[in-house]
Design a protein around this ligand. Structure first.
Ligand SMILES: Nc1nc2c(ncn2[C@@H]2O[C@H](COP(=O)(O)OP(=O)(O)OP(=O)(O)O)[C@@H](O)[C@H]2O)c(=O)[nH]1
Ligand SMILES: [Mg+2]
Length: 353
């Protein structure tokens, strides 16, 4: 899944991206594994030869955007559409190099992005409705076109009222038709307040914090505070030195992990695990996915030849001391294709080819 970093010029996007990618990036794109202690425990119990984390694809290749240059904003919106989620980096540190809009005001910046999302989506809706209108005039439309026009009309009303389209349930068919638009106001969003290092951990005392937090709450956008250069430096330390370093700063966890976790939560996905031939692996599926969807994620042949799946939650596998032990303890269940998986299930597909 693609995660796009957006932010105004010099907000610290690339520094954050460097912290995420740790130098393993190509042309502003990096595959970043999701931290997963359960996977590591499973791997240890199964004596895995290979451990494969579920990963997200982070993008720092969206064009630079300046709030007072509409064409740069439009270009950024166009590049953001294909993303599955957007992380909006907001400057909350003072910098002599950031010449745009002098006082620091992350709430203003976030509002500016949200306004742009609304405008951009409205424009896309107008364009599509115009085209549909022409189709209706020539009486060549299908029932689906009619339903789409109606749905788009409703979306337009909501956007004009300044409401987000987040919570909107459209039904399977419409959802599929509208997916191609990549509506920005429907995307999972996470706001990042990029702080100066000296206020890290005390961000709530900043005068800019309250209005930002309020705006985020109003829009249902989770907010993560971090200092991008600090996180980048932290990642460069050997793993065993990170915890003491964080402690010294009065922090319990790397904020980068908080960000990864928050993005994961917003994506509407869940994890499942496979233990195949010494490769212990985490996969992502949509939240509430069935055993058959899990099979299809692994391999189309597994879905085609699906017979049954063996399922046991990773925590139970770990508690039992491994997959075979979980079997012996009667913890592994045999389920059919429609069985809904839980976040963290270990899944073994039985199939014929
Ligand atoms: N004090 C401070 N400086 C930061 C922070 N994050 C980034 N910087 C500095 O701000 C400058 C810009 O950072 P970048 O990460 O390149 O910002 P960007 O958003 O990618 O900028 P563009 O790609 O040019 O739009 C660099 O000099 C960073 O070292 C921060 O949290 N605190
Ligand atoms: Mg950059």
């Amino acid at each position: 899944m693609k995660i796009g970093l957006i932010g105004f010029w010099l907000s610290g996007r690339t520094t954050l991206f460097d912290a995420l990618s740790q130098g393993h990036a190509r042309e502003g794109v990096a595959t970043v594994p999701l931290p997963d202690p359960r996977l590591e425990q499973l791997a240890a119990l199964e004596h895995a030869k290979k451990v494969s984390y579920a990963a997200l694809e982070w993008h720092d290749d969206l064009p630079d955007a300046l709030p007072d240059k509409p064409d740069t904003m439009r270009a950024a919106m166009a590049a953001a559409r294909p993303m599955d989620a957007l992380v909006i980096v907001l400057r909350l540190f003072d910098s002599p190099y950031a010449p745009y809009h002098a006082p620091i005001d992350p709430a203003r910046d976030l509002r500016r992005w949200l306004d742009e999302f609304v405008l951009s989506d409205l424009q896309a809706i107008e364009n599509r409705l115009e085209r549909l209108e022409r189709l209706f005039q020539s009486h060549k439309e299908s029932a689906g076109d009619r339903a789409e026009a109606q749905a788009l009309g409703e979306l337009r009303v909501k956007l004009n009222r300044g409401e987000s389209l987040h919570a909107l349930e459209l039904g399977h068919e419409l959802e599929a038709r509208l997916r191609g638009f990549g509506f920005l106001t429907r995307k999972p969003l996470v706001a990042v307040a990029n702080l100066a290092e000296r206020v890290l951990g005390n961000e709530a005392t900043l005068p800019e914090w309250q209005p930002l937090q309020q705006l985020c709450q109003q829009w249902g956008i989770p907010l993560v505070a971090l200092c991008a250069p600090f996180e980048r430096d932290l990642q460069q330390l050997p793993e065993e030195e990170r915890a003491p370093f964080l402690e010294m700063m009065g922090l319990s966890e790397a904020r980068l992990n908080t960000l990864l976790h928050t993005v994961y939560e917003q994506l509407g996905v869940q994890r499942f695990y496979t233990l195949l031939g010494g490769d212990v692996r985490a996969w992502l599926v949509r939240r509430g996915a069935t055993a058959l969807e899990a099979a299809a994620t692994i391999h189309t042949d597994m879905a085609k030849g699906f017979i049954r799946a063996e399922v046991c939650h990773a925590d139970e596998v770990i508690a039992a001391g491994g997959w075979h032990a979980a079997h012996r303890a009667g913890k592994v269940h045999l389920v059919g294709r429609e069985h809904g998986l839980r976040d963290g299930d270990v899944v073994q597909i039985r199939f014929h080819v």
